[in-house]
Design a protein around this ligand. Structure first.
Ligand code: BDP
Length: 685
């Protein structure tokens, strides 16, 4: 809840007891090694048949951390290796030696990190035969970092990009960032916020961007920028930014040339246009395709690309959940081959749980890429322990039925079903200059997960959790097993205590931290108010998106649309997303909707209490600093979970008039008091 709100937040200071958001404001300091914690005195024998900065990194990583047999790195044009693509590699090994082969240097780098991961996770390091290549060509982080170093929806301190010091001072953290990303296969990054000011394209800024690009290049990370569509007029002084105006396209061409002169391997642009008040081609009566294609033409000769976002919606009579599809589907097939449409996982906005956006599978003649949110804007910021792998797994494995059974979202985007010229996946970064990078130690697992899933979209959340725990904490089963279980349950827990059964967007106005299902701001856009989404009244609750409601179900393929449309088949996790139901509606377990809602909220609270117990038992199995840090965050999460439960149940009870089942924990707050909470979110400037 948006434009106004943007002015508020990013890094926050909260004074109220319902959730202390820790914000680091310190200068350059030591930082946590995250999942790269192997000891660095291995002295391994490593040879390589070629030389380059990237290969030097691979050699150094192995030399210092690999404890096993000699390793040979071989860049080769062998056909069987070339078929693995430019990022792929083959590792073969026996007790006397290991070979990593790849056709490009980045393949060698990824192979080296794979071997080290095998060692760190206790895998078989003697008899190895591994072949890997990624499912997506571009595995990209989207930083929502502003030029003043605040981070929109960032909860780990200021931006790691020291625009104030660049280009003269180069933070050692850029390289460490490159290393962490390369170790999980991330190969691209958008440095700045999608809400981009025109200034990002100033020559001064480009000189700074060049330095970061130079630092990240050896790690094989391409730099992209978010740009503002009205740059030609506002920055360039032209009379218009109309994409069909010859001067405008010429301005972009020259700007692009200026960039490539400094950064020859620049990736391209990410564009948020005609969305939440930002300018775009529609301001000039043109379409999204006109805008995207004009930029694509400017980038084409340099091999640059345009990632054009489909996150568009307007205050209209059309259900917000339908709008991106309505806007973009008619344009399918009209985009250049170096344009890819970036679509958020759900049709609304990174909610705790959403069905997948119906654009996946529907746009078949245009490259489409998923956008996931790693930063926990709608999941308790960096205070709540939420492992996102299960959420993304659910999304990637969702059946679209666009091409019969088995047409998962993953397959509609990775080139399996549609031969799209580009494949990519984006994650909105949760990185800041906090000592632990992400605010919460467990939030590092979400950065890690994004890389691993972008590489292999069928990897299971359990596998990722296990790898990450072993690399980051410990392989002691006493630690590993319960912590893994906790991580795997954590997303369901947060859904339960925030928005169970398909509820969505009942967050506090602006900052999205706590509950405010009651918000009523005079004059506010209706689609920015929780009541638009929950539709609670004396009769019932939920958004009717069936054929007799907004008919959003029609945007899905059969048989999914019927499945969502019919009460008997609609998954209970999406019940109130698609249906408005009476409070006394009988659910599958024989209990009423109201009772189920209460039990869900309560179960969320109980799960967090269990997480506290699990974590407390790990004392001594993990270093004290991280133990205490996570422990104190879990206390905040437990308090917040009760806050959510009480706020939502007491508020919805004013409509249902029904008692909270007597076998669950009683509310500990007064609704009136909860309704008065206004968190003091300050903009760091
Ligand atoms: C919403 C955020 C807002 C972003 C917007 C976007 O609240 O800060 O600018 O998405 O993705 O989730 O453009």
């Amino acid at each position: 809840m948006k434009r106004i709100v943007r002015i508020v937040l990013c890094c926050l200071a909260i004074t109220i007891s319902y959730g202390q958001i820790a914000v680091s404001q310190s200068e350059e300091k030591d930082y946590d090694p995250a999942w790269l914690r192997l000891s660095t005195n291995a002295d391994a024998k490593v040879t390589c048949n070629k030389n380059s900065p990237t290969l030097t990194i691979a050699i150094h990583e192995l030399r210092t951390q690999w404890m096993g047999q000699p390793v040979k790195l071989l860049l080769t044009k062998e056909k069987s290796i070339r078929t693995l693509g430019c990022d792929g590699y083959r590792i073969t090994g026996n007790p006397s030696g290991i070979e990593i082969k790849a056709s490009e240097e980045q393949g060698i780098l990824y192979g080296a990190y794979h071997l080290l991961r095998l060692q760190a996770t206790g895998g078989n390091c003697t008899d190895i035969k591994i072949e890997e290549s990624p499912d997506y060509d571009i595995r990209i982080l989207n930083h929502w970092d502003n030029l003043d170093r605040t981070v929109e929806r960032g909860y780990a301190g200021y931006s790691i990009w020291r625009w104030d010091q660049l280009p003269a001072v180069v933070s050692p953290r850029y390289k460490e960032y490159g290393r962490l990303n390369a170790s999980i296969g991330i190969n691209a990054t958008v440095l700045n916020n999608v809400n981009a000011p025109v200034e990002v394209l100033n020559t001064d800024m480009l000189n700074k961007v060049k330095v970061i690009a130079d630092e990240l290049r050896p790690y094989h990370i391409k730099v992209f920028l978010s740009v503002n569509f009205s740059s030609p007029a506002v920055l360039g002084g032209l009379s218009t930014s109309d994409p069909l105006d010859a001067n405008v396209s010429q301005w972009w061409k020259e700007k692009v040339n200026e960039i490539y002169k400094r950064i020859p391997d620049f990736g391209g642009f990410l564009v948020k246009a005609n969305s939440e008040g930002l300018p775009g081609p529609q301001d000039f009566g043109r379409t999204h395709a006109d805008g995207a294609n004009m930029l694509a033409d400017a980038l084409k000769s340099h091999d640059g690309i345009v990632m054009w976002r489909a996150f568009v919606y307007n205050p209209s009579n059309e259900d917000r959940a339908k709008q991106a599809y309505s806007e973009f589907l008619p344009l399918d097939g009209q985009f250049r081959d170096n344009v890819i449409i970036q679509v958020k996982n759900g049709p609304i906005d990174f909610q705790p749980r959403e069905p997948f956006s119906p654009l996946f599978g529907a746009m078949q003649k245009t490259a489409v890429m998923p956008e996931l949110q790693i930063t926990q804007e709608y999941l308790g910021f960096s205070n709540h322990l939420v492992f996102l792998a299960t959420q993304w797994e659910e999304f990637l494995n969702s059946e679209t039925y666009c091409n019969g059974a088995g047409s998962t979202v993953a397959k509609t985007t990775d080139g399996t079903l549609f031969k799209q010229p580009l494949t990519a996946i984006a994650g909105v970064a949760n990185i800041g200059e906090d000592e632990n990078w992400c605010g919460h130690y467990f939030a590092q697992s979400n950065w890690y997960t994004f890389g691993r899933m972008a590489w292999k979209n069928t990897i299971s959340s359990g596998e990722i959790a296990e790898e990450w725990i072993k690399m980051t904490f410990s392989d002691n089963p006493e630690f590993l097993n319960p912590v893994k279980e906790m991580m795997l349950q954590s997303h369901e827990a947060v859904v339960d205590y925030m928005m169970p059964l398909g509820l969505h967007h009942i967050f506090a106005w602006g900052h999205h931290y706590g509950p405010e299902p009651w918000t009523a701001i005079p004059g506010a856009r209706p689609d920015w108010l929780p009541s638009y989404y929950h539709q609670a009244d004396k009769q019932g609750i939920g958004f009717d998106r069936t054929t007799s409601g907004s008919n959003a179900v029609s945007q899905y393929f059969s048989p999914l649309r019927e499945e969502f449309n019919q009460l008997e088949t609609c998954p209970e996790a999406f019940l109130l997303w698609f249906h408005h139901l009476p409070w006394t509606y009988k659910m599958k377990n024989g209990k009423t909707l109201w009772d189920n809602l209460c039990y869900k909220y309560d179960s969320g609270v109980q799960q967090v209490r269990d997480f506290q117990k699990i974590w407390d038992k790990t004392e001594g199995l993990v270093d004290e600093h991280r133990f205490k840090h996570v422990q104190s965050r879990l206390k905040i999460q437990a308090k917040d979970a009760v806050w959510w439960k009480d706020a939502c149940l007491l508020y919805f009870q004013t409509f249902s008039g029904l008692p909270i089942p007597y076998d669950i924990e009683r509310p500990v707050h007064e609704l009136d008091a909860l309704m008065k909470i206004k968190l003091d979110m300050k903009h760091h400037n």
